[in-house]
Design a protein around this ligand. Structure first.
Ligand SMILES: NC(=O)c1ccc[n+]([C@@H]2O[C@H](COP(=O)([O-])OP(=O)(O)OC[C@H]3O[C@@H](n4cnc5c(N)ncnc54)[C@H](O)[C@@H]3O)[C@@H](O)[C@H]2O)c1
Length: 484
């Protein structure tokens, strides 16, 4: 660990010197790095798919959609938009401040730390990096030790494409993260669990470092079958894609559980069965399209959740597991007990509980009784229900009539609230996430108003009162001695 401490010290010193040199502030440098990220992904498509297969058993199509393609699109968006993003924004100051002018400029924080998680180890490492580079920062990335092949790939490949005095990768687990967190950073961007998020925030507090925490939680999905009955097969397909088609449910925005009226539950379950078969065939384990559970420990956690006898009794589809192959079959539960672990921790696996309610309107109260989720999904055409969801619940995002797609849409901010995180990124929001918005006021010495200064008197008090209300006409009258 002594060697690691020295390596971290050295990296940090080099990144700080690079930032101080001003090189990373130039738009040209930022664009060169963004282009290099796109090149890196293009040149290494096969290798990247290989490491994602080795770490998570992801099919290359899934890997391209969720990671490689996503990263290239994100870098291209930043590249094409950077000229616009960096332009200082003029602020229209109230007349009160005339003839001063105002603007806001985006200033890079400096040297930022990115800690990422294992479930999308390429995109959750490179996408924050794209934001940090766009904003003109130097960056140190530590990917997750639980996706070791992806982490090693990034550590080996990034230095040969990007400016390695400004952008660095260090491999390791919690012990390395702990060393990194002992240092002062200008910004920390963390993707991971709420439990570790608290450790990150406590360490950041030591230096008053700003943090973005991209955390997880249980994302509910409401099906208001009355208003969407005609489209129910597409809905079942979308939910199945969201639950089982992206890292086997090991995704922060995965559908965690479904809320539906009691009368519709058994029909719904019957609809899921052929869809799952159409996605993964008769033998999903051998289909090559079901990602694996990341480690034995994670597998054992899932099997513990499923092996609760009360949860076992709720299995209506699937349920088989193979520890050696780290495989959990796409599984559906009907009404597992609400006090079971599976209904109280983020499932992060291919298990879908269906919870029944007497009336779908009760879904609002159900969601409100739990921590604020990263996403709420609702399939409904009922505008009143939509309004209730938006106004009565709180979550990182709400998506109507689809699942997970909001993540891909970089025109929308992505991030959590409460236990699901703080801060947001994607597209322009990534640039903002890694920028300090500096207020610039250009004052004028042409006019100097005496009421600003002591000695205080009633005239000055009246002047200040009117100024706060921007009552310009009354101010003129006061100055002319026509108002008291
Ligand atoms: N909001 C999002 O964008 C998003 C995306 C993916 C995953 N997640 C969430 O991440 C969680 C799963 O990911 P995970 O298991 O990698 O999370 P994690 O919190 O265990 O690990 C995340 C990172 O923290 C580091 N870490 C672990 N222990 C640490 C410690 N004691 N001190 C400092 N750093 C430490 C890890 O090395 C890793 O780099 C889920 O809760 C999921 O919802 C959120």
């Amino acid at each position: 660990m002594e060697a690691m401490k020295e390596a971290v010290d050295l990296s940090l010193r080099e990144m700080r010197e690079t930032f101080a040199s001003g090189r990373t502030r130039s738009v040209k440098w930022r664009k060169t790095q963004l282009k290099a990220i796109i090149e890196m992904v293009k040149d290494n498509e096969e290798k990247m798919c290989d490491v994602l297969f080795q770490d998570l058993g992801k099919h290359s199509t899934e890997a391209f959609r969720d990671e490689l393609g996503f990263v290239m699109r994100s870098a291209a968006t930043a590249l094409n938009s950077l000229d616009k993003w960096v332009v200082p924004r003029k602020s229209n100051l109230p007349l009160l401040f005339y003839p001063a002018t105002g603007k806001v400029i985006s200033e890079p924080y400096g040297t930022v730390l990115v800690l990422s998680s294992w479930n999308f180890p390429i995109s959750l490492s490179l996408d924050p990096m794209i934001g940090a580079i766009s904003a003109g920062n130097t960056v140190l990335l530590k990917a997750s030790e639980l996706s070791p092949n992806a982490s090693a790939f990034l550590a080996k490949t990034i230095p040969s494409y990007l400016d390695n005095k400004a952008i660095k990768v260090i491999e390791g687990g919690p012990d390395v993260a702990t060393i990194l967190l002992q240092h002062q950073w200008d910004k920390i961007f963390f993707t991971g669990s709420p439990r570790i998020g608290k450790i990150i925030m406590a360490a950041a507090a030591e230096h008053l470092t700003p943090v973005t925490l991209e955390l997880g939680g249980k994302c509910p999905t409401i099906i208001d079958h009355h208003s969407v009955s005609k489209d129910i097969m597409s809905i079942v397909k979308r939910i199945s894609g969201g639950k089982w088609g992206s890292c086997s449910g090991q995704a922060c925005i995965s559908v965690d559980y479904v809320l539906v009226e009691q009368s519709f539950a058994s029909s719904l379950i019957e609809m899921f069965k052929p869809v799952i078969k159409s996605f993964f065939g008769e033998n999903p384990k051998e289909s090559g399209c079901v990602a694996r559970i990341v480690t034995k420990k994670h597998f054992q956690r899932l099997s513990r959740l499923l092996n609760d006898p009360r949860v076992q009794a709720s299995i209506v589809y699937g349920g088989s597991m193979d520890e050696e192959k780290l495989y959990v079959e796409p599984t559906i539960l009907l009404n597992p007990p609400l006090d079971s672990e599976i209904m109280n921790e983020e499932i992060f696996g291919p298990v879908l509980p269906i919870i029944t309610l007497r009336d779908i309107q009760e879904s609002i109260g159900f969601i409100k009784s739990k921590p604020k989720p990263l996403a709420i999904y609702a399939f409904t055409k009922d505008e009143k229900l939509k309004t209730r969801i938006l106004s009565e619940t709180s979550s990182g995002s709400v998506t109507f009539n689809d699942v997970m797609i909001q993540y891909m849409c970089d025109a929308l901010p992505f991030g959590g609230v409460g236990e699901s995180g703080m801060g947001r990124y994607h597209g322009k929001y990534s640039f903002e996430c890694f920028s300090h918005e500096k207020a610039i006021m250009e004052g004028s010495l042409a006019i100097d108003l005496e009421p600003r200064y002591p000695p205080w008197n009633n005239f000055k008090l009246t002047f200040i009162r009117l100024a706060f209300c921007e009552a310009y006409f009354k101010l003129v009258l006061l100055m002319l001695g026509l108002k008291r």
